[in-house]
Design a protein around this ligand. Structure first.
Ligand code: NAD
Ligand code: LMR
Length: 295
């Protein structure tokens, strides 16, 4: 639907033709093409500016995102190798879970191929911001369009940390509201997984969130100088090598990490930042270890 999309190349291991035929009937400028299976992957990626990777298996009730590692790690690795070979300059949006590990895997693969540009690799955490904005607007009776809550850390359980004290417009919460909202935002993915009862995880809200992040990336690539999003990227805002925070997007990718969001945090938020670091660190190390071990 975005006028900034000139062409849309769809890749999957099966059933792409139907999806492409379906989408191609929309009266939008995007030229839709389909590519099926490994033999068509290189052609799919040639000349591409933004690659979005939502490939892999979703959770079922009772699973953590990390339970998807064994299947999705190899899928992401293979796809990113092809990106490195065919469109190494592209922005790469990683949606496949566990994002906390799949982004470090992607970084390692790109390093091994000698084409890693940390400014162009993103773990997509937009859905956490979308949820935070929705839940805060509902709770405080705010106009949804006005609400913006930065979400930092990572994309799993307690590593998802909404900075409610930085909500725009400025709004006050009781301690109970802060705890309730934080826990709901952290468990929102699980809320959907349980409601779907075995039929997968969030797809429609994820599509909405991915469309927002792609649109922001395309606006930045188009020269818009005022594009900000939260994303999980290589970072020095904490002592962890990857961390989600607000970033400024520009033509070359991440133009700035907005570290000011991490200043002046409440005691609740400071404790939560410390509490998430252990899990995030081990997820990062797991991803790096996997990529380094592979032939
Ligand atoms: P899905 O099963 O509906 O779709 C996954 C697609 O991946 C399928 O079409 C499948 O054919 C394809 N696929 C499988 N192996 C592939 C390969 N080797 N190469 C290319 N494509 C391949 O699952 P879904 O609900 O769309 O979820 C996909 C992933 O996105 C999951 O890992 C899920 O956890 C993750 N997810 C992340 C977020 C987020 O906020 N980052 C939100 C929702 C879902
Ligand atoms: C989400 O947050 O909805 C996704 O990460 C999918 C999931 O497994 O929860």
């Amino acid at each position: 639907m975005s006028p900034l999309v000139s062409s849309l190349n769809l890749y999957d291991i099966a059933n792409v033709k139907g999806v492409a035929a379906d989408l191609s009937h929309c009266n939008t400028p995007a030229q839709v093409s389909d590519f099926t299976g490994a033999s068509e992957l290189a052609d799919c990626l040639k000349g591409v500016n933004v690659v979005v990777i939502p490939a892999g298996v979703p959770r079922k009730p009772g699973m953590t995102r990390d339970d998807l590692f064994n299947i999705n790690a190899s899928i992401v690795k293979t796809l990113v190798e092809a990106v490195a070979d065919n469109c190494p300059e592209a922005f790469i949006h990683v949606i496949s879970n566990p994002v906390n590990s799949t982004v470090p895997i992607a970084a390692e693969v790109l390093k091994q191929k000698g084409v890693y540009d940390p400014k162009k690799l993103f773990g997509v955490t937009t859905l956490d911001v979308v949820r935070a904005n929705t839940f805060v607007a509902q709770k405080k009776n705010l106009r949804l369009i006005d609400v913006d809550v930065p979400v930092i850390g990572g994309h799993a359980g307690i590593t998802i940390l909404p900075l409610l004290s930085k909500t725009k417009p400025s709004v006050s919460f009781t301690d109970e509201e802060i705890h309730e909202l934080t826990v709901r935002i952290q468990n929102a993915g699980t809320e959907v997984v349980e409601a779907k009862a075995g039929a997968g995880s969030a797809t429609l809200s994820m599509a909405y969130a991915a469309a927002r992040f792609v649109e922001s990336s395309l606006r930045a690539l188009d020269g818009d100088g005022d594009v900000y999003e939260c994303a999980y990227v290589q970072s020095d805002v904490t002592d962890l090598p990857f961390f989600a925070s607000r970033i400024k997007l520009g033509k070359k990718g991440v133009e700035a990490l907005i570290s000011s969001d991490l200043q002046g945090l409440t005691e609740y938020e400071l404790k939560a930042v410390e509490a998430l670091k252990g899990e995030l660190k081990s997820s990062i190390e797991k991803g790096i270890g996997f990529a380094q071990k592979q032939p």
